[in-house]
Write a protein that binds this ligand. Structure first.
Ligand SMILES: [Zn+2]
Length: 122
């Protein structure tokens, strides 16, 4: 199911790319994954943040304090997400592809915001 995972990752990234950098508003973003690429969180929209290349680099270098930065974005979700990252989770990639496709289309149609889509993640 490698193909489906790749498809889900691509969709998640294209959803995030619909938004500008959260730090400076630059529309050219390189989606930043807050928990590397663990299966449980790699396409979780709460764990991917729109950042321009400059701010993505700063995050990677810990310039802004990686932990503080995550906390700012995820708030109380931080602990729960870390647990998920460290727990081997079986992901239904075809389900993820369907979910992300729907989210992508609805955001593009203006029917949904990223904030709302994130609230659908469990
Ligand atoms: Zn930026």
């Amino acid at each position: 199911m490698k193909k489906l995972r790749a498809k889900a990752e691509k969709l998640a990234n294209s959803i995030i790319k619909l938004y500008p950098c959260v730090k400076c508003g630059n529309p050219n973003v390189d989606p930043a994954h807050l928990y590397q690429h663990a299966a449980a969180t790699v396409t979780d929209l709460r764990c991917i943040v729109p950042l321009c290349r400059k701010h993505h680099n700063e995050l990677d270098q810990g310039k802004d304090g990686k932990y503080k930065f995550r906390e700012l974005i995820l708030g109380d979700l931080e602990f729960e997400m870390l647990l998920r990252t460290n727990t081997p989770t079986k992901v239904d990639w075809s389900e993820r592809v369907e979910f992300l496709k729907d989210v992508h289309d609805r955001i593009k149609e203006g029917e949904l915001t990223l904030e709302e889509a994130r609230s659908y993640e469990t």
